[in-house]
Design a protein around this ligand. Structure first.
Ligand SMILES: C[S@@+](CC[C@H](N)C(=O)[O-])C[C@H]1O[C@@H](n2cnc3c(N)ncnc32)[C@H](O)[C@@H]1O
Length: 272
């Protein structure tokens, strides 16, 4: 008997799925879950069980959260029903178990969801940069605080560095494809910046502008001040220790002083 493999049709780009590529290139939700749970335990002395993922997209973090403990539950909030549906179809249902019963996805604006109250609200990958004025950002931070239990913690992340304020391209070769981050525009007057994510494949095909972000680059002191203005009692910035090659070691500390770098990101925790 002979078998013949049907050659794949079209380019790699035409067969690729931009959500799957995004998850692989950008997210590390297991690391986020480990960090949130550990930091919460340190701050509060008990185990966090309920989490709300704002700007959840495919709800990858919700899924990692409920997988990390048999009794944990998660709520995801996003404006895009299509993206959440993709997550249910391609990730949550195929994962099996009772995960689908422990995740609720809410189609709505993150500034409008208050209930049920949770131990942790999180906003990852700088999604809250879509709020470009202090008034809008404080309104969102107030909503995140209102959604927390009395001893809840709000986790977000922050991006910065000299390169973030310049036009330019960073390529990351991930084997099956290259993840390209493009800083297309930066306006020093108001810190508006526009970025694109592109995916490039070994056969020369590409998905250009798979995702585009029109953001304001917020700074560390602004984020601290606006979280406090929104009512949070304390704000922590967690910096990752790096090895001799500059690679992150998964160990975080709270610095008093850090010299600027070309590009950096950090976790932030705000105590309700
Ligand atoms: C950069 S993606 C984040 C995906 C993923 N959660 C992550 O951490 O990488 C931003 C998501 O935020 C959603 N979004 C933007 N503004 C929103 C808002 N005001 N309320 C809820 N979701 C919003 C978009 O639909 C999109 O899915």
């Amino acid at each position: 008997m002979t078998t013949s493999k049907t050659p794949a049709r079209g380019t790699i780009a035409s067969r690729a799925d931009r959500h799957a590529l995004y998850e692989r290139a950008v997210q590390d939700t297991e690391r986020d879950v480990r960090f949130f749970a550990r930091s919460y335990r340190k701050l509060r002395g008990h185990e966090p069980m309920t989490l709300r993922e704002d700007f959840c997209g495919t709800a990858a973090l919700c899924l990692s959260w409920v997988k990390s403990h048999a009794e944990r539950t998660a709520i995801g909030v996003d404006l895009s029903q299509d993206t959440m549906d993709w997550g249910i179809r391609n990730r949550i249902l195929p994962a099996g178990g009772d995960y689908v019963d422990r995740i609720s996805l809410v189609h709505g604006d993150v500034r409008e969801v208050r209930r049920p109250k949770v131990d942790i609200v999180c906003a990852q990958n700088f999604s809250y940069y879509c709020f470009k004025t202090r008034a809008e950002l404080v309104e969102y931070f107030r909503a995140a605080r209102a959604g927390l239990q009395r001893d809840g913690v709000f986790f977000l992340d922050l991006l910065g560095g000299t390169e973030v304020m310049m036009e330019g391209i960073t390529d990351n070769d991930l084997g099956e494809f290259t993840y390209r981050w493009e800083q297309a525009r930066f306006n020093i007057v108001n810190h508006d910046f526009v970025c694109h994510i592109h995916f490039l494949f070994p056969d020369g095909s590409r998905i250009l502008r798979a995702f585009t972000y029109d953001w304001r680059l917020w700074t560390m002191p602004e984020i601290r001040e606006l979280l406090l203005e929104a009512g949070f009692s304390d704000v922590h910035f967690y910096w990752e220790k790096t090895d001799a090659e500059g690679e992150g070691m998964g160990v975080f500390y709270e610095p008093d002083h850090v010299d600027n770098q070309e590009i950096w990101w950090t976790y932030v925790a705000a105590e309700r």
